[in-house]
Design a protein around this ligand. Structure first.
Ligand SMILES: CC(C)(COP(=O)(O)OP(=O)(O)OC[C@H]1O[C@@H](n2cnc3c(N)ncnc32)[C@H](O)[C@@H]1OP(=O)(O)O)[C@@H](O)C(=O)NCCC(=O)NCCS
Length: 187
């Protein structure tokens, strides 16, 4: 079994609730999810669904049988306003071992510590409530905020890929990793 829990758990921090997104969040998502500046270092432009978030809740091919993905995708809700102002994910989970982290925050809230607060809670959850052994994050070397989030959340810089491919674009990017042993070593 990949996870001890089979659902997207609700995680709380001081300022935030991380929870599953629903159709009721579409208007909040519309304010920021499709903005070009969110995708400057994402390796691709905003998708049709990101520009029109109502599409994210419609199954375009309802007849196709799909295995439920083991990924965790949380919306980040502010406790004070109840708005969804970000998303954080653990995706590409493989063989009960490994998952990639991804995250994006509404631009007007950048550099207020929100992503780091969310990431620290996700890290705590993954290493206490799932059997995953490794989390990995990749960030374009020019994406100072993203590299900083990973560093402040306890990931180790493992190397820099020169002229590598992130999604569909080529750039220099850093690989940051955290393994279960890092958590025990820091206790
Ligand atoms: C990357 C992103 C999620 C960071 O979210 P955030 O909530 O702003 O992150 P935090 O506030 O927790 O941390 C950002 C850190 O970077 C620092 N930072 C950002 N830009 C900086 C700059 N140009 N120079 C120096 N420091 C900078 C901030 O000061 C902060 O560090 P500090 O807390 O030590 O001061 C956000 O910028 C974003 O959504 N970007 C677009 C999507 C994206 O690129 N996602 C990652 C793809 S790999």
């Amino acid at each position: 079994m990949l996870k001890k829990c089979k659902y997207i758990p609700i995680l709380e921090t001081d300022r935030l609730v991380l929870r599953e997104l629903t159709e009721a969040d579409v208007e909040d998502l519309r304010k920021w999810l499709g903005l070009d500046e969110v995708y400057t270092y994402w390796g691709r432009a905003a998708s049709k669904g990101e520009k029109n978030p109502e599409l994210l809740f419609i199954d375009a091919r309802p007849h196709v049988k799909r295995k439920p993905a083991p990924d965790f995708i949380w919306g980040i809700e502010r406790k004070d306003t109840h708005e969804v102002i970000g998303m954080i994910e653990v995706f590409d989970i493989e063989n009960d071992r490994y998952g990639m982290v991804g995250y994006r925050i509404a631009p007007w809230l950048w550099n207020t510590g929100i992503c780091t607060e969310a990431m620290k809670r996700v890290v705590e959850f993954i290493f206490s409530e799932t059997v995953l052994d490794r989390l990995e994050g990749r960030a374009d070397v020019r994406n100072i905020g993203s590299n900083r989030v990973l560093q402040k959340s306890g990931f180790q810089l493992e190397g820099t890929i020169r002229h590598g491919k992130m999604a569909s674009q080529y750039c220099d990017y850093n690989i940051w990793g955290m393994i279960r042993d890092d958590i025990s070593a820091n206790k």
